[in-house]
Design a binder for this molecule. Structure first.
Ligand code: ARG
Length: 562
């Protein structure tokens, strides 16, 4: 994997009169009009010349071979600026066309990643926070898959914990089977809320709930069946949402899967001297004033979220030998993950560097913040439906005769939500501003989808099935577009190493701007010179291909018409 800086600066070996030599090559900043730059500082002392003189001398004496990808070389201050030539443009476009949907994909690199993502909780609605985790985790999984990694998407469902004692108690007391069957999650949520309300007045309910959970842990038949039923009906709901979001999982190992392992983990932690008894509880103490101890067993003997997460790491490492375990989980759990990674490292389950908390900010909906306890809830499905509705209205206005309108509206609605999320620094809080997100003109998912569809429409009008060969770029707009296209792989790598898909999102926005500029300035279908026309068609083809490849890495469907 590249180091972060190397994306901007690279050392290359060059054959000089004095033999092989390392030189530094940089991608210059935006305000410098050059494609590459070579700084000339390093030899100044030895040659007893100023870097400016050295740059000038080299640039004047360089002979560019005929078939070079370099077109022109010129000195600017202490730098030698290098400009791409005809061959570079030709290679860049023909490579995109040749590789198609596999363009910028890497061969298998024998590396494995587990992505812990989505992980909603049983009997509760999937929250917008889980939506972020799903979208972000999925995009990271897609990016690393394209870079040749084996990626395992694991949905660590919240299907265990004392809250199930409360739910079982509430259901036995106030539940109605038919109602739950008809409308599972809202009904179960109601019971949960009811329990909390009653509990405020009657503290004994807590004991009753604890008792129900104990029975569940001891595999009481009735409680186990109820629990299984809650899990089934909830998963059915979640699956619908995943299918609309076009997100799949390789594993669905919820917290309950690790029940058998927890005792062993606690014993091992005590034996290794990593954990210790504290009152009746068991903790892992980091002996660090800034980091509180990690509680892995409560006084009453119950295990916790933390214990199950430790078991999960041990299991994943044994089973998959992952090079990385990536957790797409909200920033409010930052401390939990610092403690978890430290503890797993101390126990020898995984090295700290092997695990990454890909943290993210909150989501605010115009409808207000959601909270499960008091029942004021925004249902994710309503959020998705709203997005489809707005998209459909816009399409109705813009393209009333479009076939398959409903499907396109869904792709645009989902695209808008995903892009709104993935186009920003993930740690930032995001706002759902419906009008902005769904606009076909701003920096939005629909704008990219629309640009892609425009590319497809040009190709339909040109009546070509196969892209022609690219030969020549004649205008500034074409050259700038091609240069930007050639930087796509860099954007993908940058997104991967930083776990920030927004690098791809911003790259695609610039690409679309440059594509639209090109299309405004350069005639394509009506161009009379055949070489120029073919090259421009090839350029349209390559641009829409890269937009589609990039959107795919964000999990967004590049529709052909909209
Ligand atoms: N179910 C948890 C929640 O909703 C998220 C789980 C994240 N994954 C993990 N391995 N802890 O907050």
């Amino acid at each position: 994997m590249y180091a972060f800086e190397q994306l901007k600066k690279e050392t290359v070996k060059v054959l000089t009169a004095g033999g092989l030599k390392d030189i530094i090559v940089e991608i210059p900043p935006e305000n410098i009009n050059a494609d590459l730059a070579v700084p000339c500082f390093s030899d100044a002392k030895q040659l007893k010349k100023s870097p400016v003189e050295i740059a000038k001398e080299i640039a004047e004496n360089i002979k560019i071979p005929k078939d070079s990808i370099v077109g022109r070389v010129a000195a600017q201050g202490p730098y030698i600026n290098i400009y791409a030539g005809a061959k570079f443009f030709k290679n860049a476009i023909n490579e995109v066309i040749k590789e198609g949907s596999k363009y910028a994909h890497k061969k298998p690199v024998k590396k494995t990643m587990v992505v812990d993502m989505s992980a909603p909780n049983i009997a509760k609605p999937m929250s917008v926070g889980h939506l972020r985790s799903t979208i972000l985790g999925d995009s990271i999984a897609r990016i690393y898959t394209s870079l040749g990694w084996k990626v395992i998407r694991d949905n660590h469902i919240g299907d265990w914990g004392t809250q199930f004692g409360k739910l079982i108690y509430a259901y036995k007391k106030w539940g109605d089977k038919k109602k739950v069957e008809k409308n599972p999650i809202p009904e179960l949520l109601k019971l949960y809320v009811e329990f909390h309300k009653k509990c405020e007045k009657d503290k004994e309910l807590d004991d009753a709930a604890r008792n129900e959970f104990k029975k569940l842990e001891d595999r009481d038949k009735e409680n186990t069946n109820l629990w299984k039923w809650f899990v089934d009906v909830s998963l059915n709901e979640f699956r619908k949402t995943y299918s609309e979001l076009d997100v799949c999982f390789d594993l669905w190992l919820g917290e309950s899967f690790y029940n058998e392992m927890n005792a062993e983990i606690i014993t091992e932690a005590l034996k290794k001297g990593v954990a210790k008894k504290d009152g009746g509880a068991i903790i892992i103490d980091f002996n660090d004033k800034k980091m509180p101890p990690f509680l892995i067993q409560k006084k009453d003997g119950a295990t916790l979220y933390s214990t199950r997460d430790l078991s999960t790491i041990k299991y994943r490492v044994q089973k998959f030998k992952p090079d990385k375990i990536v957790y797409a989980v909200g920033g409010e759990q930052a401390q939990h993950f610092i403690q978890l990674f430290r503890a797993a490292d101390m126990l020898g389950y995984a090295k700290k560097e092997q695990m990454v908390h890909v943290s993210f900010g909150l989501v605010s909906l115009p409808e207000g913040k959601m909270s499960t306890r008091n029942g004021r809830v925004v249902y994710l499905q309503d959020v998705l439906n709203k997005s489809y509705d707005i998209a459909e209205k816009i399409i109705d206005e813009k393209n009333p005769d479009l076939k398959n309108k409903k499907n396109v509206a869904m792709a645009v609605g989902v695209g808008a939500i995903k892009f709104n999320d993935l186009s920003q620094n993930r740690i930032k809080n995001i706002l759902f501003d419906w009008n902005r997100m769904l606009s076909f003109e701003g920096d939005t998912g629909p704008y990219l989808q629309y640009t892609h569809a425009r590319g497809c429409s040009i190709l339909r009008k040109a009546k070509i099935k196969k892209a022609p060969k690219f030969e020549i770029a004649t205008t500034k707009e074409e050259k700038e577009l091609i240069l930007h296209l050639s930087k796509y792989a860099n954007a993908v790598t940058l997104a991967a190493v930083t776990y920030e898909p927004h690098h791809i999102a911003t790259y695609l926005l610039t690409l679309s701007h440059k594509f639209n500029l090109f299309y405004q300035k350069c005639p394509v279908i009506v161009e009379e010179n055949k070489d120029i026309k073919d090259s421009r068609i090839a350029l349209v083809f390559a641009s829409k291909q890269v937009i589609s490849n990039g959107l795919k890495l964000l999990g967004i469907d590049a529709v052909e018409e909209m």
